[in-house]
Design a protein around this ligand. Structure first.
Ligand SMILES: *[C@@H]1O[C@H](CO)[C@@H](O)[C@H](O)[C@H]1NC(C)=O
Ligand SMILES: *[C@@H]1O[C@H](CO)[C@@H](O)[C@H](O)[C@H]1NC(C)=O
Ligand SMILES: *[C@@H]1O[C@H](CO)[C@@H](O)[C@H](O)[C@H]1NC(C)=O
Ligand SMILES: *[C@@H]1O[C@H](CO)[C@@H](O)[C@H](O)[C@H]1NC(C)=O
Ligand SMILES: *[C@@H]1O[C@H](CO)[C@@H](O)[C@H](O)[C@H]1NC(C)=O
Ligand SMILES: *[C@@H]1O[C@H](CO)[C@@H](O)[C@H](O)[C@H]1NC(C)=O
Length: 545
């Protein structure tokens, strides 16, 4: 018997918001836990000054964002929630700047999918009793916004994101409706699993709801289980009419189960079933914005033992099969086998929206409809392309080397256009390229590095009125001479202007001359010594050695 520690975040769901309030320890027999590898997971407890490992074994990093302010929430602001999670008791707010970002390292590298997750607990930290509304971007994609219907609620957002680069920026964008803030930020790799979407699909999935069924003891709570490989939390939903709870006490061996979505044990071993063969299991969720495509994932794990092994469970799943004004629906028939996991993925095309989802046994089924869990996502197309990676790399190196700390030098350098970094001009190509860079009057010291030339489309480079020293890299001189680059270096006293520096060849010649003369001197000294020695031998006792 193993004891499973789970942490429970309790959420009262009001619209898309949730309230957090309890933590608990659960115990269940015969449960086998798959171990989760946290080494590639990033969890930043925003607003804390020191990292820690909490009792779920997750390493929380401190928050070293160079911008923003840190705040904590007083216990009173969550009066009905005595066991509020530690991670939500502090936050970072961003009163300055239009776009503020956290740059996260994608530890499993680029061209992979990750879950980006944020928690937002306002808690009246600013004593204004007025929670803000703001947009959230992943890199250049505006994937959702944060709004609180009630000040004392908590919001969780989650996106499944395919990254083309080694870092993922999560950006909070001020929409002039209050100061953006964040409480907790997480990045979980999805690994190589081909779940949730095709690997070659660059769209972002924005989580609308994720529900586990049959856990009535935890109604309206968000549950995060220790054996969830992706750190997902699951909303426990109450039963609807004509449904009953199903639970198995049989052990589920996660190591041998074919479980591509890596569903945790607790999600697998509870479910709801329709009371009668003629009843349906219903999901009453309405997503009426028909300008989006939606993805629905229905998770079935049929653990009900059959009296007779020929008993079948065949179900008809229909999206939008009920209600007025519904013109199109999505229909599928599925058959479940005992102790096998099935995830049904449904695509709800643009123009349809979701009103309801019904699951009903077909006339030839012996067992009523059932369902363990479901997830619904909104598909966010990528409408803007990020700056060319070579330019991003070059400008980030320039930023690091000269320690340029400008509040708007965060996120993608060129896009979206409203947030293009100060001093940069980008062209309208796809992907965009940096075509001019003005770093004049910037107190830059040191040499002019060669990699400015890596900005291959750069037409104007203004480095005037800094304190740069040394010579200008040949690559820049060449570009400037061929008139492909307009280079300004006025007012840098320590710099050798074009033509005024000795060419490298001359330096080589000079060095060669110096070396030659040193070698020459050594030979002469040697000869003199040799002569002296032979003289000494002749003079006998004259020198003492
Ligand atoms: C949240 O605030 C509302 C009123 O603003 C109050 O009725 C409710 O009890 C509060 N909920 C909690 C969990 O504190
Ligand atoms: C970003 O997306 C949200 C919806 O997710 C929308 O409300 C908001 O207006 C968008 N912001 C911009 C600047 O397009
Ligand atoms: C949608 O479902 C309803 C009810 O099951 C049915 O009457 C209707 O014909 C369906 N519409 C389409 C386009 O399949
Ligand atoms: C599903 O099964 C029902 C009853 O067996 C049948 O009427 C219906 O046409 C089937 N639908 C699909 C999409 O196969
Ligand atoms: C860009 O800024 C303008 C004016 O401030 C605003 O109306 C527009 O929504 C912004 N667009 C984006 C994508 O943020
Ligand atoms: C470079 O910047 C300086 C100072 O801002 C300005 O006076 C000068 O005109 C700029 N040069 C070019 C070529 O844009």
């Amino acid at each position: 018997m193993e004891r499973a520690l789970q942490w429970i975040v309790v959420v009262a769901v009001c619209a898309s918001s949730s309230i957090i309030h309890a933590a608990g320890i659960d115990e269940a027999p015969h449960r086998k836990l798959a171990s989760v590898d946290y080494s590639d997971v990033i969890s930043i407890d925003c607003g804390v000054e020191e990292g820690y490992i909490d009792r779920t074994r997750i390493q929380y990093e401190d928050d070293d964002n160079e911008f923003g302010e840190i705040h904590s929430i007083s216990d009173n602001s969550f009066q009905n929630q005595p066991q509020i999670n530690k991670q939500l008791m502090s936050l970072r707010s961003f009163p300055e700047g239009k776009r503020n970002c956290y740059s996260l390292k994608a530890k499993q590298g680029k061209n992979k999918r990750y879950i980006v997750r944020g928690y937002f607990a306002y808690g009246n930290y600013d004593n204004k009793n007025k929670p803000p509304t703001f947009d959230l971007y992943i890199d250049v994609t505006n994937f959702t916004f944060i709004r609180f219907t009630v000040a004392n609620t908590t919001r969780r957002v989650e996106a499944i994101y395919f990254t083309l680069t080694d870092t993922i920026d999560l950006c909070l964008v001020n929409t002039e409706q209050g100061v953006p803030f964040i409480s907790l930020l997480e990045l979980w790799p999805l690994g190589t699993a081909s779940v949730y979407q095709d690997l070659l699909n660059f769209q972002t999935l924005d989580l609308l709801t994720r529900v586990t069924l049959g856990v009535s003891s935890a109604d309206d709570q968000l549950l995060r289980y220790m054996d969830d490989n992706y750190g997902r939390s699951w909303l426990a939903r109450e039963l609807t009419r004509n449904e009953k709870e199903m639970k198995t006490t049989l052990g589920i061996d996660l190591d041998t189960l074919n479980n591509p979505y890596k569903l945790p044990t607790e999600v697998l071993n509870t479910a709801v079933s329709a009371l009668r063969l003629s009843d349906s299991v219903n999901i009453w969720r309405s997503y009426s914005d028909t300008s989006f495509e939606y993805k629905v994932y229905l998770h079935f794990f049929d653990f009900e033992e059959r009296v007779d092994s020929s008993e079948k469970r065949i179900m008809n799943v229909i999206v939008n099969g009920f209600g007025e004004g519904v013109h199109e629906n999505v229909t599928r028939n599925i058959s479940l086998s005992y102790n096998q996991l099935l995830t049904l993925q449904l695509t709800v095309e643009v123009g349809m929206g979701i009103n309801n989802i019904f699951i009903k046994a077909t006339p030839d089924s012996h067992l009523p409809a059932m369902l363990n869990a479901y997830e619904i996502y909104r598909v966010i197309p990528q409408s803007v392309s990020a700056t060319h990676q070579d330019d991003v790399d070059a400008i980030k190196r320039i930023k690091d080397i000269y320690k340029i700390s400008r509040i708007n030098w965060q996120g993608d350098p060129c896009k979206p256009t409203n947030f293009t970094w100060d001093g940069l001009t980008c062209n309208a190509m796809n992907p965009p390229r940096i075509i001019s860079l003005d770093l004049s009057n910037n107190q830059m010291v040191g040499e002019v590095p060669e990699f400015f030339a890596k900005l291959s489309q750069l037409k104007i480079l203004n480095l005037s009125r800094n304190s740069l020293t040394g010579s200008i890299p040949d690559a820049l001189i060449a570009k400037s001479k061929s008139n492909s680059l307009q280079l300004s270096l006025d007012g840098n006293i320590g710099i050798c202007q074009i033509g005024s520096c000795k060419k490298k060849k001359n330096i080589v010649a000079l060095v060669a001359t110096i070396i030659a003369s040193i070698v020459g001197s050594i030979i002469i000294v040697g000869i003199v010594m040799a002569i002296r020695r032979s003289l000494r031998k002749n003079e006998g006792e004259f020198f003492c050695e």
